[in-house]
Design a protein around this ligand. Structure first.
Ligand code: 13P
Ligand code: SF4
Length: 336
C-alpha cells in the first residue's frame, strides 16, 4: 500500500473523523467490499438505520441488542461497525482483542451526547440508594457508572430484574424511561435526554395521515414522545417493529422511527405499504444525521486502510463491560 497516501489519510482523519480520500467512481464498491471482507476476515455489522446500500452489503443487520449479541459472538478478526459510535464502542468493549472499525468517528448520537459522565456522576451521587439502569445509547464513561445496560428490546426485562421497591435512575432517554414507568407501573427517576429523530414527530400531521389512511396502523419506537406513543397501535424496538409488520395482517403502516428500517420492511413484505411518519418540519421523512454520516465509500476506505479504529482504555473497558454482561445475561434468560 502507498504509505504516502496513508499518511495523508491519517491527517485528514484528524480533521473530519473519516478518511477523506477521493474514491474512483469507476470502482465497484460492492465487489471491493466483498473482496476486503475475505482478505481481512472482516465482518460488517449494520444497524437498521443505515442507508439501503450499506444494509445490502452487511453480514448482519440488527437493532442495538442484536448487534451487541452478534459482536460478542463473531470469530471475525475485524468488525466493521456501520452504525454510530456507542454501538462500535460496545463491540470493542466486548471484543478487546479484535479490531473494531467505524467508517466515520463523528457518527455520534444526541442521546449519548445529552448525558456527559461528569454531570451524570454528580446526579447519581445525589441518590446513593438508587440503582442505575442505562440505555445502551450512551458513552463507555456512562456505562461504567451504571449497574445494568438495556436496549429498547430488553428494557422491560432489565427493569423488572430489580426488586419492586428498588429505587432506580433511568438514563439518558426520558421518553423510553417514561414509557417504561407507564407500562411497568414504576416511578424511575429520569435523566432528561432525548433523540433528535424521535422527538420531532408531528402529532397533528400523523393524525391527518391516519384520516387519509384509515386502515393503516401506526407503529412507533419507544424513543418517541408520549403523545405519539399514546395513539400508536404497536410500540417496539426496530427489530420488534420489523417483526410486527411481518406477522400482523394489516396492509398499511405509518412508521414512527428512522426511515432506514423501511428498507427491511419493504424487502420482507413487498405487498405492504409503509409510510414514514412525518416530523414537525418541512422534511417528509426522518433520517438520523449521525447514522447517515456512513456511506459505502467510507466503509470501503475504512476496510482498505483499517482506520478509523475504536480504541478504549482498559480500566474503563472493564468497568463498562460489567453492566453490558449483566444485560446480555438477562436477555439470554428472557430468550431474546
Ligand atoms: P434499537 O436499535 O434498540 O431499536 O434503537 C434504535 C436507535 O435509536 C438506535 O440508535
Ligand atoms: Fe441516536 Fe436517535 Fe440517531 Fe439513534 S436515531 S443514533 S438514538 S440520534
Amino acid at each position: 500500500m502507498n504509505t504516502e497516501v496513508l499518511d495523508i489519510a491519517r491527517r485528514d482523519l484528524n480533521l473530519n473523523g473519516y478518511l477523506d480520500i477521493e474514491v474512483d467512481p469507476a470502482i465497484d464498491l460492492f465487489a471491493g467490499i466483498e473482496r476486503l471482507k475475505k482478505e481481512k476476515n472482516a465482518i460488517i455489522l449494520a444497524h437498521y438505520y443505515q442507508e439501503p446500500d450499506i444494509q445490502d452489503v452487511a453480514d448482519y443487520i440488527g437493532d442495538s441488542l442484536g448487534l451487541a449479541q452478534k459482536a460478542e459472538k463473531t470469530d471475525a478478526s475485524i468488525i466493521v461497525f456501520a452504525g454510530v459510535h456507542f454501538m462500535a464502542e460496545t463491540a470493542k468493549i466486548l471484543n478487546p482483542s479484535k479490531k473494531v472499525l467505524i467508517p466515520d468517528l463523528k457518527a455520534g448520537c444526541s442521546l449519548s451526547d445529552s448525558c456527559p459522565p461528569l454531570l451524570f456522576k454528580a446526579f447519581k451521587e445525589k441518590y446513593p440508594d438508587h440503582a442505575v439502569v442505562t440505555y445502551i445509547n450512551c458513552s463507555a464513561g456512562i456505562k461504567a457508572l451504571s449497574d445494568v445496560i438495556c436496549t429498547s428490546s430488553n428494557a422491560k426485562y432489565v427493569v423488572e430484574s430489580f426488586p419492586k421497591d428498588q429505587p432506580i435512575i433511568f438514563a439518558p432517554d426520558r421518553n423510553l424511561g417514561a414509557y417504561l414507568n407507564k407500562v411497568l407501573g414504576k416511578n424511575m427517576l429520569l435523566w432528561n435526554g432525548s433523540c433528535v429523530v424521535h422527538e420531532i414527530f408531528s402529532l397533528e400531521k400523523i393524525t391527518k395521515l391516519k384520516v387519509r389512511h384509515p386502515q393503516a396502523k401506526l407503529i412507533a419506537h419507544p424513543e418517541c414522545e408520549e403523545p405519539i406513543l399514546r395513539i400508536a397501535d404497536f410500540i417496539g424496538s426496530t427489530t420488534g417493529l420489523l417483526k410486527f409488520t411481518q406477522t400482523d395482517p394489516s396492509k398499511e403502516y405509518i412508521v414512527a422511527t428512522e426511515t432506514g428500517i423501511l428498507h427491511q420492511m419493504m424487502k420482507a413484505s413487498p405487498q405492504k405499504t409503509f409510510i414514514p411518519a412525518p416530523p414537525d418540519n418541512s422534511c417528509a421523512c426522518n433520517d438520523c444525521p449521525f447514522m447517515k454520516r456512513n456511506t459505502l465509500e467510507k466503509i470501503y476506505l475504512c476496510m482498505a486502510y483499517e482506520e478509523p479504529e475504536i480504541l478504549i482504555d482498559e480500566e474503563l473497558r472493564l468497568a463498562a463491560k460489567k453492566p453490558i454482561d449483566r444485560m446480555l445475561e438477562i436477555s439470554a434468560r428472557a430468550g431474546l
